[in-house]
Each structure stands twice: as structure tokens, then as C-alpha cells.
Design a binder for this molecule. Structure first.
Ligand code: B12
Ligand code: SF4
Ligand code: SF4
Length: 348
């Protein structure tokens, strides 16, 4: 099979596997990524995510990560919500878990699909001349998936920095297959944000110092998932009832009116918006059991209950004060601090 036919078959097979789109680029297709990453880190925008600074040489330069790679195949996997994910922000007695974490962990689902597609690719290509090698990545490797996906034509990095597509909207995950096969490449997608700034304006914590740039230290997604220890009090009050991740900047993007429904049954909501009082009472074992298979599980009980207590503090519901008071001596210092703060805030 020649490169063009093999590429067309890969796209068809990716769609048969359930991916919404596939695009192809060279590993060195984004020469500006290294400098942008290094200015992000130099400004301290990565906060406590030290792993970003540690493997910066690979992250900024995929060609150095695996020099034999000739093509990067970027895949998009939809997880679009059915209703308005922001509606529950008004239900202050409930905790809001962002759309991407409502169902099963995407790392597992996307990786399985990438591996199946990779195995298919090897067998399809082996019928031809050379025997290709592949590596698959989703999220955790030092690979900058968004700029690569933009270079592969899957969409563009919107002003909120995530990938947006005219066909898919912005509710999709990314995954990557690096391969030694030299396949025809796609053209990068131009920016279609125009004069829109809806995502910048809605951000509750003003986390964008400029369009296309995020200061993760102010982002609620970072604060609820990545940040260890107590969150600055100024930011706590802006977190509302978001207890895991944040969807505001994605949800307001006008391109989502073209979003298609997610086909993967694993992303159907299992978590919902549970009552804060119920979540505050979870011990380690109950937390693990409740969030088994969900991305929420990886932050552990202590950080999760810390977030729940910030939401209780923001609930303006004095009936929740005893729930918070019950955790004010928690063995975890950040939980105890959050509980005492919530009690003080609810008192007035
Ligand atoms: C670290 C990380 C985070 C951090 C930091 C986010 C960030 N924007 O960097 C935190 C915890 C905050 C986070 C949050 C979220 N994340 Co996240 N995250 C990642 C991760 C692991 C690395 C991202 C990274 O490299 N950041 C470093 C910065 C420097 O990169 P960057 O954003 O691309 O920065 C670019 C811009 O600043 C740009 N730039 C600078 N100046 C200019 C000027 C112009 C004109 C332009 C065009 C660009 C530009 O250049 C930089 C390099 O490209 C990726 C997975 C991966 N391995 O790539 C997932 C990933 C980006 N996250 C994802 C998701 C879904 C989310 C959330 C929506 C989850 C949620 N609901 O809470 C939020 C969205 C918040 C937001 N507005 O970004 C998806 C995004 C899918 C998509 N469609 O784009 C990814 C790709 C995971 C996946 N495999 O699907 N995330
Ligand atoms: S995820 Fe939320 S806090 Fe983070 S940048 Fe988007 S709107 Fe702001
Ligand atoms: S909300 Fe507007 S500015 Fe933000 S990514 Fe979407 S189109 Fe671009």
C-alpha cells in the first residue's frame, strides 16, 4: 500500500474504532512550541506541576523524544455533554465535577483505542515493505498534544488554549501515535476565534493573562486537581462549587453548537452532582470505592474533601456548617484548614 492509501485506511480505521478525527504531522511540525513552553515555565505558570519543567527538552521537541519517529498521528475522541454543564453551578449544596470526569477515566479508554489502532497499523503496513514501530501517548507523556493536534489539522488552539474544531467543537480528548512510517502530512488548521473572547471573559478566576495563555496557578482545574496543600483564600472564594475540574471556558465556546454526541458509552455520566454533605463524609476507603475507574480517584480523598469544604464554604448554606465543623480536626492539614475556613465563612 502506498503512503496515501495507507493514510486513508488509517483514517477510516480510526473512525471505525470510534475516534472522531485523525490528523497527521511531522514530529518537528511545531518549532515555536519549545520557546512557548519555556516562557510558560519561566513565568511560573505551571505552579506545582514540576514535571513540566523537568522534561522540557522532550516536551518542547517531540523529534528529540523519539528520533526515529517520522509521523505523529493525532486522534480526537469526543466526550460531549448532553445538557448545559454550567447549570449545576447554581445548585450550591451540590458539588460540580467537570464533564471530562463524569464517566470512566479517558486515559484508559483512549489508550486502549490507540493501542488497537496501532496494532492494526502495524499489521496493515507489514503487508508492504518496511516493518514500522509505534508508540502511543495520551496525556501523561512529555508530549505537547495540543500544538501537535493543531499542526495535524484537527483544529486550532483557541484563546482558552484548548483545541477547538469547526466540526467537533471543543469537547474532545487528544491521543497520539508516533510512528517510524513516513506518511503524508496534513495542513495546520487556521485560527477561527476572530474577535470572540467569551472564554476569556467567563473565567471565574481571571486565569488568562492574555489570549492563548493560561496561568495554571489561577485555573480552577489546576487548583482542584493538581495543587497540593491549601489554596489561596482569594481564589477559594472564586471556585464556587467546582470540586473537580472546571468547564466554563469550554462550555461558552460558540463552536460547540457544531459538537457531535460522544459515542463512547464509558463517558456517560456516572458521578452526577452529589450533595456536598455526603461527599464531605467520605473516608479513604469510601472515596476509592465511589470513584473507582474515574479520573477523580487519582487526587485522593484528602484533596477531594479539601475541595468539597471550599464548596461548602462558598455555599452560603449555614446548615452545612456542622458538616465542616466535624472535619476541623482532620489529620490532613489542608482538610482541617479548609474545614475551619468554611465554618468561619458560613458564620459570616
Ligand atoms: C498540564 C495540563 C493541564 C493544566 C495546564 C493547562 C494548560 N492550558 O496548559 C491544567 C491542570 C490547568 C489543565 C486543565 C485542563 N485540561 Co489539561 N492538560 C495538560 C497537559 C497534561 C499538558 C498541557 C501543556 O503542555 N501545557 C503547557 C502549555 C505551555 O501548553 P499550551 O497550553 O499548549 O500553551 C500554548 C499556548 O500558550 C500557546 N501560545 C502562547 N502564545 C500564543 C500565541 C498564539 C497566537 C497562539 C496561537 C498560541 C500561543 O503556545 C503554547 C504551546 O503550544 C495536556 C496533555 C498533554 N500531554 O498535552 C492536558 C490537556 C491539554 N488537558 C485537557 C483538558 C480536557 C483539560 C480541561 C478542559 C479539564 C477540565 N475540564 O478541567 C482543563 C482546561 C483548562 C484550560 N483552559 O486549559 C485536554 C485538552 C483537549 C483539547 N481538546 O484540547 C488535554 C490535551 C488532555 C488530553 N489528552 O485530552 N490541563
Ligand atoms: S478551566 Fe475554568 S478556571 Fe480554568 S481557565 Fe477555564 S474557565 Fe478559567
Ligand atoms: S470561546 Fe471564542 S475565543 Fe474562546 S476558543 Fe471559543 S471561539 Fe475562541
Amino acid at each position: 500500500m502506498d503512503g496515501l492509501h495507507l493514510k486513508a485506511s488509517i483514517v477510516a480505521q480510526a473512525q471505525a474504532e470510534g475516534f472522531a478525527a485523525a490528523g497527521f504531522c511531522a514530529p518537528d511540525a511545531v518549532p515555536e512550541a519549545a520557546a512557548r513552553l519555556s516562557s510558560f515555565v519561566a513565568a511560573g505558570h505551571h505552579g506545582q506541576m514540576g514535571w513540566m519543567a523537568e522534561r522540557m527538552a522532550w516536551r518542547g521537541n517531540p523529534a528529540a523524544l523519539w528520533p526515529e519517529a517520522r509521523t505523529v498521528i493525532m486522534l480526537a475522541e469526543l466526550y460531549s455533554p448532553e445538557g448545559d454543564p454550567l447549570a449545576v453551578l447554581d445548585e450550591r449544596q451540590r458539588g460540580v465535577v467537570s464533564v471530562y470526569a463524569q464517566g470512566r477515566d479517558y486515559h484508559d479508554l483512549v489508550k486502549k483505542r490507540l493501542k488497537r489502532l496501532g496494532r492494526w497499523l502495524i499489521s496493515a503496513a507489514e503487508k508492504g515493505s518496511d516493518s514500522p514501530k509505534i508508540k502511543v501517548f495520551v496525556d501523561t507523556a512529555p508530549v505537547m498534544e495540543k500544538p501537535l493536534a493543531a499542526a495535524a489539522g484537527l483544529g486550532w488552539q483557541g484563546k482558552h488554549t484548548n483545541l477547538v474544531s469547526r466540526e467537533l467543537g471543543s469537547w474532545f480528548f487528544l491521543g497520539a501515535i508516533f510512528t517510524t512510517l513516513d506518511l503524508p502530512k496534513d495542513a495546520a488548521e487556521p485560527d477561527h476565534c476572530g474577535s470572540c473572547r467569551a472564554c476569556l471573559d467567563i473565567c471565574p478566576t481571571a486565569a488568562f493573562p492574555a489570549p492563548y495563555q493560561l496561568d495554571a496557578r489561577r485555573c480552577i482545574s489546576y487548583l482542584t486537581i493538581e495543587h497540593r496543600g491549601p489554596v489561596d483564600e482569594d481564589l477559594r472564594t472564586l471556585m464556587g462549587n467546582r470540586i473537580f475540574g472546571c468547564d466554563d471556558c469550554l462550555a461558552v465556546c460558540p463552536w460547540n453548537k457544531f459538537a457531535k454526541a460522544a459515542t463512547e458509552i464509558g463517558y456517560q455520566p456516572r458521578v452526577g452532582a452529589p450533595l456536598l454533605a455526603e461527599l464531605a463524609g467520605l473516608d479513604d476507603a469510601a472515596f476509592r470505592a465511589r470513584f473507582s475507574g474515574s479520573p477523580v480517584k487519582r487526587i485522593g480523598r484528602d484533596r477531594f474533601v479539601r475541595n468539597v469544604l471550599y464548596a461548602i464554604g462558598n455555599s452560603a448554606d449555614p446548615a452545612l456548617a456542622p458538616v465542616a465543623a466535624g472535619l476541623s480536626d482532620d489529620p490532613d492539614a489542608a482538610v482541617a484548614d479548609a474545614a475551619q475556613w468554611a465554618v468561619r465563612r458560613l458564620a459570616g
